[in-house]
Design a protein around this ligand. Structure first.
Ligand code: OOG
Ligand code: MG
Length: 254
């Protein structure tokens, strides 16, 4: 087994068993390219267990997120069918190490998109948009990592929930967002926090996924957290409402 495959096994097992691991970069130098190779190999393990690739998530596309985790590069990860949670449904906290939730905008792709694309071209490939939330759960102890660590760990992605799809031919560049926990606002923001306009995150997603052939029709693309993430506690009910687009919610169970 190559060392990259070994790292992939460690991170995959940590995700499966919800057990925290030490950061890779504290014991070995690891580059960004190797980190993406580890991510690909760890996801291959899931695909061999029957999970399906259903899209990608962009990460660290807002200042609030970069500041919260101390990493300031845009990253991406893979979404599988097993990561999708039912809208309005519940999440089992014991299946995660230390889960957090963050408000995101989701894109549904109407057609494949690859190469160098403009914002207008990217938008023309979008079937629909929706309010969404991502569940992130770093497999590293204390949610602490350097850029290569988080990339190897599928960019912390652990789950996602998507609200009702809406037409993309509307202005979604600066929509108000409120993420409530048990009815109290926990995070307030705007879609404009995502690279100034979430469509830029879609353009970045096309570029980021060039090595795997770009984005595919039917895929979901998460644009990245618009605000800092909230740490989940058992019993909490979290709802994100996005101006003009409605809301999306999840309940945290044991
Ligand atoms: C890294 C993943 C970042 C986002 O939306 O910015 C991310 C992390 O915060 O653990 O998902
Ligand atoms: Mg996110």
């Amino acid at each position: 087994m190559t060392s990259l495959a070994k790292y992939a096994e460690i991170v995959d097992e940590a995700a499966r068993s919800a057990g925290a691991i030490p950061q890779f970069t504290t014991s070995a130098p690891l580059g960004v390219e190797e980190a993406y190779a580890i991510q690909a190999l760890s996801l291959e393990r899931r695909f061999s267990r029957g999970e399906r690739l259903v899209g990608v998530k962009m990460g660290l596309t807002s200042r609030a997120k970069m500041i919260q985790v101390g990493v300031d590069e845009v990253i991406w990860g893979r979404l599988t069918d097993a990561m999708r949670l039912e809208e309005g449904g519940s999440l089992s906290k014991k299946r995660y190490v230390h889960p957090r939730v963050e408000p995101e905008l989701a894109f549904l792709m109407k057609r494949d998109l690859s190469g160098v694309v403009s914002a207008a071209e990217a938008l023309s490939a979008v079937e629909a948009i929706a309010p969404a939330m991502e569940i992130i759960d770093s497999r590293y102890r204390d949610f602490k990592f350097a850029l290569p660590d988080v990339i190897a760990d599928n960019s912390s992605s652990s789950g996602f929930v998507v609200g009702n799809w809406a037409r993309p031919d509307q202005d979604f560049s600066n929509l108000g967002i409120v993420m409530e926990v048990d009815g109290r606002p926990a995070q307030i923001g705007s879609t404009a926090a995502i690279l100034g306009d979430p469509i830029r995150s879609l353009v970045a997603a096309v570029k980021a996924t060039a090595a795997i052939g770009g984005l595919k029709a039917g895929w979901i693309v998460l644009a990245g957290g618009a605000t800092a993430a909230h740490s989940l506690a058992t019993g909490q009910f979290v709802r994100t409402t996005m101006q003009n687009l409605g809301s999306v919610s999840i309940r945290v169970e044991e």
